[in-house]
Design a protein around this ligand. Structure first.
Ligand code: HEM
Length: 395
């Protein structure tokens, strides 16, 4: 009996045959054992992502249920529905406008070269450990205001908090402990910046005035500021690391696409979009139903957990021609790699910029890239998909 188990390590190796089976045979899939439903076709995922009033984020967006106390101790907009989510999102949107993001380019290029130059000089190394885990870390932690000497430890805690054991949604004790340490760190940072404000996002969030539901201006609470930091740190680190490493693995497998990028760097943004479509770092968004929903002749009941499989939607042959072909020349539909609807990725412009700058500089310096596929290492997380180790050679 075939199944979808997001915690299966074999599934992590190659989820795409399972997704094809779901789209063809079980477009409204039910897993009794893990107690969830899943939608896998492009059209269904788009419609559900649009309908936040039916498909709520308030009980979390992974298959593991959120600890209900989290909402109080660490409110995060990704786990809120409008209007609460709208209020918080408006507050940080200003940091991620196209103009503000474009201004980050020289800094991103400088950090890219800082990590890339010694790797190229050495003729290769581990692309994740020596590059793709480090660039996003510097970008998001500089924006937030995390001091350099604390960054590596914090990044390792984020990784550890997302790790899952094989075949079970139970959160490992080591992951829970890593999460607790991170949260303690965020609260300490907020307290420190209240005492001594600096020119960083933590201090700006502390000082920001937001309209209260009654209309009068109010400040964010410590848990709200800490929640922002926790969300932005995880979102800014994890997925970009996977995007960059997925790009190098795919380009090593497709030398003709890599040659195209080397010949014309204007094609790099298309390559970034195709990497996101082909191997989406965020595989699904979890939702909870606020009412019964009937689809393809089946009824998913109110209260049900539903996974919106964006990674499957991105390979749906009903939406993309020859979807299993990696093709940087393809015309995109609305891409779902960054989600869709009110929660669609706030940091998409930052992620695209990091992807473009990293690939431009890599392609400028490396004529031929190869990857030792036998030594690739994967992360095992609930909905984040990609590598923790990519040994590569640059010639
Ligand atoms: C390739 C890199 C990235 C991918 C694939 C990605 C993917 C996503 C997806 C799929 C969502 C939707 C979640 C949902 O609907 O439940 C999302 C939301 C979000 N992302 Fe990203 N993301 C990336 C990079 C970033 C970066 C660099 C940042 C921060 C600078 C960021 C910040 C956020 C935030 C704050 C949200 C929540 C928005 C809300 O709830 O309104 N992401 N991201």
């Amino acid at each position: 009996m075939r199944e979808l188990n997001p915690f299966s390590y074999a599934f992590h190796e190659d989820p795409y045959p399972t997704y094809r089976w779901l789209r063809d045979e079980q477009p409204v899939y039910r897993n009794d054992q893990l107690d969830f439903w899943a939608l896998s076709r492009y059209h269904d995922v788009v419609e559900a992502s649009r309908d936040w009033a039916t498909y709520s984020s308030a009980e979390g967006t992974t298959l593991e249920r959120l600890d209900p106390r989290l909402g109080e101790h660490l409110p995060m907009m990704i786990f809120l529905d409008p209007p609460q989510q709208t209020r918080l999102r408006a507050l940080v949107s200003k940091v991620f406008t196209p103009r503000r993001v474009a201004a980050l380019e020289p800094f991103i290029r400088e950090r890219t070269l800082h990590y890339l130059t010694p790797l190229v000089a050495a003729g290769g190394g581990d692309f994740v450990k020596e590059f793709s885990a480090l660039l996003p870390m510097d970008v998001i932690f500089t924006l937030l205001g995390v001091p350099s000497e604390e960054r590596n430890r914090l990044r390792e805690l984020i990784d550890a908090s997302l790790h899952r054991d094989p075949d079970t949604p139970a959160i490992p004790a080591s992951a829970a402990e890593a999460m607790a340490q991170q949260v303690r760190y965020w609260f300490a940072l907020v307290a420190e910046r209240r005492r001594r404000p600096q020119d960083d996002l933590v201090s700006h969030l502390i000082a920001a005035e937001v309209p209260s539901p009654a209309g009068a201006p109010e400040r964010l609470t410590d848990p709200e500021v800490a929640g922002f930091l926790n969300l932005l740190a995880a979102a800014g680190n994890e997925t970009v690391t996977k995007l960059l490493a997925n790009a190098i693995v795919l380009l090593a497998r497709h030398p003709e696409a890599y040659a195209t990028l080397r010949a014309d760097s204007a094609r790099v943004p298309d390559a970034v979009e195709e990497v996101l479509r082909y191997t989406s770092p965020s595989q699904y968004q979890g939702r909870t139903l606020m009412r019964d929903v009937e689809l393809h002749g089946q009824t998913m009941p109110q209260g049900a957990r539903v996974l919106l499989l964006t990674a499957s939607a991105n390979r749906d042959e009903r939406a993309f021609g020859d979807p299993d072909r990696f093709d940087i020349g393809r015309q995109q539909l609305v891409p779902l790699g960054f989600g869709y609807g009110v929660h669609s990725c706030l940091g998409a412009a930052v992620a695209r910029l990091e992807g473009r700058v990293a690939l431009e500089e890599f392609a400028r310096r490396v004529a031929h890239v190869s990857v030792d596929e036998s030594r690739l290492q994967r992360v095992h997380m609930s909905n984040v998909h990609g590598f923790s180790g990519v040994p590569f050679r640059a010639a």
